[in-house]
Write a protein that binds this ligand. Structure first.
Ligand SMILES: [Zn+2]
Length: 151
């Protein structure tokens, strides 16, 4: 069976590669419209590029998608990201009300969507997006491994 999230993850991977040019860790994200295919926003990690500790790919993508829609609520949308979100991004995802989070590689050291924490699926929260992990996980992880090896 073909994974329907692969094309969007490829776009996120393209974004992740752009991060490297600015000296940033290669993480990329896209926000898909409720139809599941139209891309509302794309972003990559820009922490080094802009000197902003909150400039993670997910936060930037969610902000751009909201700006494009003209409202903060991203109901029905899907966030696709190459690496498991951290606590900050899991918070932004929760606040944005996206319906679904799709990620590639796990982040065993800082992941907040299944690894160290599982913030977005905490039963105490009334909005809990669906989570799909492991899409093109090897490619997503390889990009990171190569980046850190070349540093
Ligand atoms: Zn993050």
């Amino acid at each position: 069976m073909r994974d329907p999230w692969r094309p969007a993850m490829r776009l996120a991977l393209d974004e992740a590669e752009r991060a490297v040019r600015g000296g940033d860790v290669p993480v990329g994200a896209v926000v898909l419209a409720p139809d599941g295919t139209a891309v509302l926003a794309a972003a990559h990690n820009e922490r080094e590029a802009v000197g902003d500790p909150t400039a993670h790919a997910e936060v930037l993508a969610v902000r751009r998608a909201a700006a494009r829609l003209g409202e903060w609520r991203l109901s029905g949308c899907t966030l696709v990201v190459t690496l498991e979100p951290c606590t900050m991004c899991a918070g932004a995802i929760q606040q944005s009300r996206v319906d679904r989070v799709v990620y590639g590689a796990r982040d065993e050291k800082a992941g907040a969507v299944g690894s160290l924490w599982d913030l977005v699926r905490d039963r105490r929260l009334n909005h809990r997006p669906e989570v799909i992990e492991g899409v093109l996980a090897d490619e997503c992880a390889r990009l990171l491994t190569e980046f850190f090896r070349n540093r």
